[in-house]
Design a binder for this molecule. Structure first.
Ligand code: ATP
Length: 352
């Protein structure tokens, strides 16, 4: 049974239909990211859950209760925004206590909860400071503490890390996830950063033009993208054309080379389909038994330190491969003939 259920949500601003037939069921304690490019409707979905926008149609249920038409303060939701949005004239402790004061929580209980929250975010001694005396990362942690202090049923995070520099972002990612798991709070996280979505989430919703293109675990989204859009938006990708020879067994040909995918393909024999492959799934040379083997010629080599990025010409299409630098093997020479091996599972057939 879903804890948070969005059913057939639609939202239009005048003629602009920005959220389309959006369905999403989230289990209690789950961390779900909405991932997509600017303007795809992520924030609008979040704002409808929070109650700042009214859906044009559809329903929002939390813990079995229909919330669709309740005001934001009746929904018991905590929210953290991109800009820190702390009250500048209140101390850290007063900021964290703000929602509790509004809710009429007694003074002693408020003090206990503020202390708990400041300990939770790892800033137990900074209650007396003002926001301007904190770093950006600390301010976002206080914003998180303020959102969590009222013990909301659902936590909504709208690009909370995007104003921070890369190093702080990476450490706050882990911290937010750890806090979320410790509290077991159901969370929706909006981001356009695939690495954030993949590294933090139980499941990711990839949005495209107001719709959910795919909903799945990070592993599923990355390794078996359902559409061309998802494949292109998440990670980098090689694509090449192949012709289906036997849909039932999943045999396709690339030029003259047969490729056995070992799983049915949803396209008729003779159809040209796109095969997609991540740069890191192939190896140079002979790989594992059962691997797809292609012959190619090296056309470019980039030494990136940890990784050697090789471009190989298949005789028409070209493939980019990322191989780990193992120190003992020097990078291959441009122009050298090579064998490329890849597991059939690493080849995704994109029909949509
Ligand atoms: P971003 O990452 O840039 O915030 P997003 O995926 O969160 O993008 P939304 O903010 O949900 O996208 O916006 C989706 C579309 O709806 C955009 O075209 C935006 O201009 C439009 N939109 C959002 N809010 C309003 C509003 N209040 N009035 C009119 N149009 C709006």
């Amino acid at each position: 049974m879903a804890f948070l259920d969005l059913s057939q949500l639609n939202k239009s601003f005048g003629p602009n239909h920005v959220v389309k037939d959006f369905d999403l069921s989230i289990a209690q304690g789950e961390f779900v990211s909405l991932l997509g490019p600017s303007g795809c409707g992520k924030t609008t979905v979040l704002r409808m859950v929070a109650g700042f926008e009214t859906p044009s149609s559809g329903a929002i249920r939390i813990d079995g209760q229909d919330m669709t038409h309740l005001r934001p303060n009746q929904r018991n939701i905590g929210m953290v925004f991109q800009a820190y949005a702390l009250f500048p004239n209140l101390t850290v402790a007063q900021n964290v206590a703000f929602g509790l004061k509004v809710a009429g929580v007694a003074r002693a209980e408020t003090q206990t909860r503020v202390d708990e929250m400041l300990a939770l975010i790892g800033l137990p001694d900074l209650g007396g400071r003002y926001p301007y005396q904190l770093s950006g990362g600390q301010q976002q942690r206080v914003a998180l503490a303020r959102a969590l202090a009222v013990r909301p049923k659902v936590l909504l995070l709208d690009e909370p890390l995007s104003a921070l520099d890369a190093k702080i972002r990476a450490s706050l990612r882990r911290e937010i996830r750890a806090i979320q798991q410790r509290l077991g709070i159901t969370t929706i996280f909006v981001t356009h950063d695939q690495e954030e979505a993949l590294s933090m989430s139980d499941r990711v919703v990839v949005m495209n033009g107001g719709r959910a293109d795919q909903i799945g675990t990070p592993f599923e989204i990355y390794n078996t993208p359902a559409t061309r859009f998802v494949a292109g938006f998440v990670g980098t990708l090689n694509t090449f054309q192949a012709v289906v020879t036997d849909p039932a067994t999943g045999t396709v040909t690339l030029g003259d080379t047969p490729i056995a995918l070992h799983r049915p393909v949803d396209a008729a024999a003779g159809t040209t389909v796109t095969l997609a492959m991540r740069p890191e799934t192939a190896t140079l040379g002979i790989g594992e038994p059962g691997d797809v083997v292609l012959r190619a010629r090296i056309s470019d080599v980039q030494f990136l330190g940890a990784i050697i990025r090789v471009t190989a010409d298949l005789g028409g299409d070209s493939l980019t491969l990322d191989t780990f630098n193992r120190a003992s093997t020097p990078p291959p020479d441009v122009g050298a003939p090579v064998t490329i091996s890849m597991p059939p599972a690493g080849l995704v057939v994109l029909v949509a």
